[in-house]
Design a protein around this ligand. Structure first.
Ligand SMILES: [Zn+2]
Length: 457
């Protein structure tokens, strides 16, 4: 039986209070302070900090069943050199051997967080109280505060959390947690029919910070603009988990009258990157050590797209060393930023590594922003590579979408991708991943097909 909404709301408040105490505790404030103090470190100071943390990490890791044989024979006097000799940790290994990675009996209060992967078997991450505080403290120091807001600001979140049952037809599609000054909104009910109630709620709630998946915020923002509605301005829009296109950024900034501050992290707490006031993505080298590697596992030169690999520097209970995240990114060629921070700069986080498309002439393509140039009548789109020379673009058309737009898309594909067939498929909905994320690009080629086209291993 379903409980009435007021009961659910009360439960959210009680759960919220417990959750708040678990995370916004003295450890949270200590970690925020530490990250703020290190913010102006030089590159050498960050390197030295990493060396110290890596040495501690290896010391703990040597007590785990998985790492012990790997570390016993390894000379760890120079931790960075030693790290480069360790094998990559795949998601598959983490799924199969989560407990083998443990370095000690989990302390009281440890919560096992299961994250469902695309293959179905969830991976288990052991969250101690400390790691939960860490998970919030790093974005607090390096994302919210950079944006001029903090955890006490009134926030609204459009994330994966299931707020309301899928078949709930009437509002509220949100739950307010007063202790946290946070309203959680369902992203699964953002249909044209429900949109007015969301807008009404947001106007009344008046958040200072709007957070969430860019695709969900875009759906809402497009509706607001198309219907000539207005919302009170916010102080910051914080996006996470999906690639933010220039178009999305422009739209969100217009609707909320403030800047978009994107961040990039992982549920496994092994890396963190966020945009500074100049819009560049700085990796926090004191949160996790990030590498970008090619298909053969070799480091990519700046400007070259590769897979993100991270070593978490703070999870001593379940070390994730050289963990392959499956995301694709590039180091910026220009590593200097006007903000003066000596934190490595990513040019862009491109999407899923496995979704890099390969053209018939062997070029790798992931971002398709330019394909949508000159077409303003699309609500949402997804590019799918079905075969080396066949692409489908799923389109949720907005009013006015015409055959001329279809031809523009096809012409843009020719320009951007090359000699391929492009079919435009009109749809009413684009399915999300199991965690509710929108995928802008899907590549259905096998690894073998890709290797054949690029000629690389
Ligand atoms: Zn910067």
């Amino acid at each position: 039986m379903r409980s009435p909404i007021w009961v659910q709301q009360a439960l959210v408040a009680v759960y919220g209070a417990w959750w708040y105490r678990r995370r916004f505790n003295p450890a949270f404030h200590r970690i925020v302070d530490e990250f703020e103090q290190r913010e102006r470190c030089t590159a050498d100071q960050f390197h030295a900090y990493q060396a110290t943390q890596l040495a501690t990490l290896f010391g703990h890791a040597a007590k785990s069943a998985y790492y012990k044989p790997l570390l016993t024979a390894l000379d760890t006097r120079d931790p960075h050199t030693a790290l480069a000799k360790l094998p990559f940790l795949t998601k598959e290994t983490l799924r199969r051997s989560a407990t083998q990675l443990l370095t000690a009996t989990p302390p009281r209060g440890t919560i096992i967080q299961r994250s469902s992967g695309t293959t179905g078997t969830p991976s288990e991450i052991y969250f101690t109280r400390e790691l939960h505080s860490f998970e919030l403290a790093v974005p607090e120091a390096r994302n919210l505060r950079w944006a001029g807001v903090d955890y006490r600001s009134r926030r609204v979140m459009f994330g994966a959390r299931k707020i309301a049952r899928w078949d709930q037809a009437e509002p509220p599609f949100w739950r307010v947690n007063p202790v946290e000054s946070m309203a959680y909104c369902s992203i699964y009910h953002l249909s044209p029919k429900n949109m007015h109630s969301y807008v009404k709620f947001l106007a009344a709630y008046h958040p200072a910070v709007v957070m969430g998946y860019p695709a969900s915020l875009t759906t809402l923002a497009s509706f607001i603009l198309e219907n000539g509605l207005r919302l009170p301005s916010a102080r910051a829009v914080i996006t996470t988990s999906e690639t933010v296109t220039a178009e999305t950024r422009r739209l969100l900034e217009q609707v909320w009258g403030c800047k978009v501050w994107d961040r990039y992290g992982a549920v496994e707490c092994c890396l963190f990157a966020s945009q500074c006031e100049h819009g560049r993505y700085h990796v926090s080298p004191d949160a996790g050590l990030v590498e970008i590697v090619d298909a053969a596992g070799k480091p990519c030169a700046p400007g070259v797209i590769g897979e993100v690999v991270a070593t978490g520097l703070h999870n001593m209970l379940q070390p994730l060393i050289r963990y392959r995240l499956g995301d694709a990114a590039r180091w910026a060629v220009d590593q200097s930023c006007a903000c003066g921070r000596a934190m490595p700069i990513l040019e862009a986080i491109e999407g899923r590594f496995e979704d890099i498309c390969v053209t018939p002439d062997g070029r790798e393509v992931l971002r398709f922003d330019t394909v949508f140039k000159g077409v303003a009548t699309i609500r949402e789109a997804q590019v799918i590579q079905r075969a080396p020379d066949l692409f489908h673009i799923l389109v949720i058309p907005a009013a006015g979408f015409s055959d001329a737009d279809v031809r523009t898309l096809q012409a843009n594909m020719q320009l951007h991708v090359g000699d391929v067939r492009t079919e435009i498929v009109r749809v009413t909905e684009i399915p999300r991943s199991s965690s509710g994320k929108f995928r802008a690009v899907l590549c259905e080629l096998t690894a073998e097909q890709k290797r054949g086209l690029t000629g690389r291993v």
